[in-house]
Design a protein around this ligand. Structure first.
Ligand code: ATP
Ligand code: ATP
Ligand code: CA
Length: 219
């Protein structure tokens, strides 16, 4: 597969973390910021870095921005800059544009401009941390729709050594265990006789209500 190329505009806390993670995952990343100190501090860590103003069309054009697979506008605080940068990325022909929003209205404006994906890092992290605080064994979750989710849970002590048939989650709670992360790797679609061990992680799919019952009664 061809190496994916990303351009990250704004190397603040969110943008720099995103850019570093993409590099870690083997992607090529061009980081842009108007602040020279910020760019200096990232120049050794990203594939390319440039001091430029995200609202300067000529600069972006001369950087060949349109050849990138994905552009991320990681500037939130200054809504005007965020919107102008998003428009420029779309107009220059970047195939996928992602932008960070700091409010719902900001997000709606970005969507109207044709931004492919709007993210709300602070809001989403707040929701995520709340879920994890309420359910201590919850490692992660993914909302499939308003009604259905996939969650990752530690195996609680009361289930160590139990088979899925003994847990009987499908019958008791209407939840299916779709995978188990075990010391020996991931086990997809475990069956009735598979056993839960202390350090395994269960990946469970179900309605939010049913997952809630599972968490309340078992975890
Ligand atoms: P975070 O919360 O991720 O730190 P933020 O949403 O609070 O970021 P800022 O801190 O205002 O946003 O900006 C993020 C980065 O974007 C900063 O490093 C800033 O220098 C850069 N930036 C702001 N405006 C521009 C611009 N017009 N062109 C290029 N970079 C810019
Ligand atoms: P089902 O028709 O619900 O799959 P079954 O009657 O065919 O179950 P088994 O597949 O032997 O019987 O499983 C027995 C019980 O073990 C199931 O009713 C279910 O509660 C539980 N079980 C088995 N595999 C899973 C799984 N992957 N996730 C959740 N529960 C499971
Ligand atoms: Ca911020």
């Amino acid at each position: 597969m061809k190496t994916q190329q990303f351009v990250v505009i704004g190397l603040g806390r969110f943008g720099s973390s995103l850019a570093l993670q993409l590099v870690d995952m083997g992607c090529e990343v061009l980081g842009i910021d108007r602040n020279e100190d910020v760019v200096d501090s990232m120049s050794e860590l990203l594939t390319h870095t440039v001091v430029a103003d995200a609202t300067d069309e000529d600069s972006l054009r001369s950087l060949g921005i349109r050849n990138f697979d994905c552009g991320i506008v990681a500037i939130g605080a200054d809504i005007q800059v965020s919107i102008l940068a998003a428009i420029l990325l779309k107009e220059l022909g970047v195939s996928k544009v992602v932008a960070k929003a700091i409010s719902v209205l900001h997000g709606r404006a970005l969507e109207k401009l044709g931004v492919d994906r709007v993210i709300y890092p602070e809001r989403d992290m707040g929701i995520r941390v709340a879920h994890q605080l309420v359910t201590p064994n919850l490692l992660d979750y993914l909302e499939l729709s308003k009604e259905y989710s996939i969650v990752e849970l530690n195996v609680p002590a009361c289930l160590h050594g139990k088979t899925l048939s003994e847990l009987n989650a499908r019958t008791r709670f209407g939840c299916s265990i779709v995978a188990l992360h075990t010391a020996n790797g991931i086990l997809i679609a475990p069956t009735a006789m598979d056993r839960l061990k202390a350090d395994d992680i269960m990946v469970i799919i179900g309605s939010n209500d049913n997952i809630g019952r599972f968490e309340d009664e078992v975890v």
